[in-house]
Design a protein. Structure first.
Length: 122
């Protein structure tokens, strides 16, 4: 009986692959990373945002639009360092743990400080 089950399973597998049907699921696209860059609650356009994937040491660069937003349409899951830079401002660094669920969008808010400005301390 066990041989019959194994033989049936093997013949089904051979038939499926011979007919061109692939049994494996196609991977879902990676979810995006999006965010906004602001200075004193005002969106900043033209900011260079560098997304550094710590796992594979890859870099991706995007620029913010007129409303200060940026989007990396598809990013593999992992830990990223986001560096925001624009002339006249201190570079800002933020670490992000980006998850792989298809409905999970990583949203980030980055605040820039004017170059030479002192941080406010209570």
């Amino acid at each position: 009986m066990k041989r019959r089950n194994v033989a049936t399973a093997l013949s089904f597998l051979l038939l499926a692959t011979a007919s061109g049907t692939i049994l494996a699921r196609t991977p879902e696209p990676a979810p995006p990373i999006s965010g906004v860059v602001r200075h004193l609650e005002t969106p900043v356009a033209g900011v260079l945002v560098i997304l550094y994937n710590l796992a594979d040491t890859s870099l991706t660069r995007v620029r913010t639009s007129e409303d200060g937003t940026f989007v990396l349409a598809s990013a593999p899951a992992g830990v990223y360092d986001l560096i925001a830079y624009k002339r006249g401002f201190e570079p800002a660094l933020q670490r992000l743990w980006h998850q792989s669920a298809a409905d999970q969008v990583s949203a980030v808010a980055i605040e820039l400080r004017t170059k030479g400005a002192k941080a406010w301390r209570p």
